[in-house]
Design a protein around this ligand. Structure first.
Ligand code: CP
Length: 307
């Protein structure tokens, strides 16, 4: 990774030095927000182009740009309210939007869409989620949250639970964790949504220890981080397949009882029943703090891409 970032397309492009730098800059951005924001990028425009639904990613990027003094254009429903609905190709859309703004944040339904956009963009493209592929900025804020909550990332045991086949956040987080020493990952998933082979191959190549398990309570006992994810109903081809996976692993009082007192629960959110609401009262429930970190991390990322 060079001193500056241009496109942010996938988790594998990040090295340890860049991660350390981004997390330090995120701490600085937390101070900037506390002190009322900055006018640093008052001459810059960010486009958010979302072909899939989002609350956190789109709004935190937009808030981040506003907090840095910049302006935002875009559409939260690009599939319907951009000229894609008239048949315009993604490449043509990106060529046009490159001329209107300084940075493009895009979420798309198709794996590889951000890479395709980057082939024609003349401004940086940030992948805000490409189908069941990757979500690198979520992985960045997940690692920032682990650093802040646990005080380190080296040496952690993390249990990733839920829809590990379609959950793009776990793909990016697994890739990014290869930058850290002595990490162990326990993957816990229903049989029809297990962690993809390509993720496991990459972990083997990078020497990261991992296991697949079906015993949530057992892995919860030793985990520093319990990383729960939603079963992604919208990615299943049949309701029957979805129902095989849904409701199998839930974070509830029994899981809290099994967990260590110094561990945490993360979730990229939104949740759809896989963490009981009563868990929110436990101080180990860190997922709302995690979402807040997304603002600071994305401010730091915008600064790096535009500098
Ligand atoms: N975590 C995440 O990507 O949330 P949104 O889908 O709301 O952006």
């Amino acid at each position: 990774m060079s001193d500056t970032l241009f496109h942010v397309l996938g988790a594998k492009q990040f090295d340890r030095a860049t991660l350390d730098e981004l997390f330090a800059a995120s701490g600085e951005m937390e101070r900037v927000v506390r002190e009322g924001g900055s006018t640093r990028f008052s001459n810059k425009i960010l486009t958010t182009l979302f072909f899939e639904a989002s609350t956190r990613t789109r709004l935190s990027f937009e808030s981040a740009m506003h907090r840095l003094g910049g302006r935002v254009i875009g559409t939260e429903n690009a599939a319907q309210f951009s000229s894609a609905i008239k048949g315009e190709t993604l490449e043509d859309t990106i060529r046009i939007v490159s001329g209107y703004s300084d940075l493009i944040v895009m979420r798309h339904t198709e794996i590889g869409a951000a890479q395709l956009a980057a082939t024609v963009a003349t401004v940086p493209v940030i992948n805000a989620g490409d189908g069941a592929g990757e979500h690198p900025t979520q992985a960045l804020l997940d690692l920032l949250s682990i650093q802040k909550e646990i005080g380190r990332i080296d040496g952690i045991r993390i249990a990733m639970i839920g829809d590990l086949a379609n959950g793009r956040t776990v793909h990016s987080l697994s890739y990014m964790l290869t930058n850290y020493r002595n990490v162990h990952i326990d993957f816990v998933a229903p049989d029809n949504v297990r962690i993809p082979l390509e993720v496991k191959r990459y972990l083997v190549e990078k020497g990261v220890s991992f296991e697949e398990s079906s015993d949530l309570l057992k892995v919860a006992e030793t985990a520093d981080v319990v990383y729960q994810t939603r079963i992604q109903k919208e990615r299943f081809f049949s309701l029957e397949e979805y129902e095989k996976a849904a409701g199998k692993y839930t974070i509830d009082g029994a899981v809290l009882d099994a967990m260590r007192s110094d561990s945490i629960i993360l979730h990229p959110l939104p949740r759809a029943g896989e963490i009981e609401a009563s868990v929110d009262r436990d101080p180990r429930a860190a997922y709302f703090r995690q979402a807040q970190n997304g603002l600071y991390l994305r401010m730091a990322l915008i600064e790096k891409c535009l500098s």
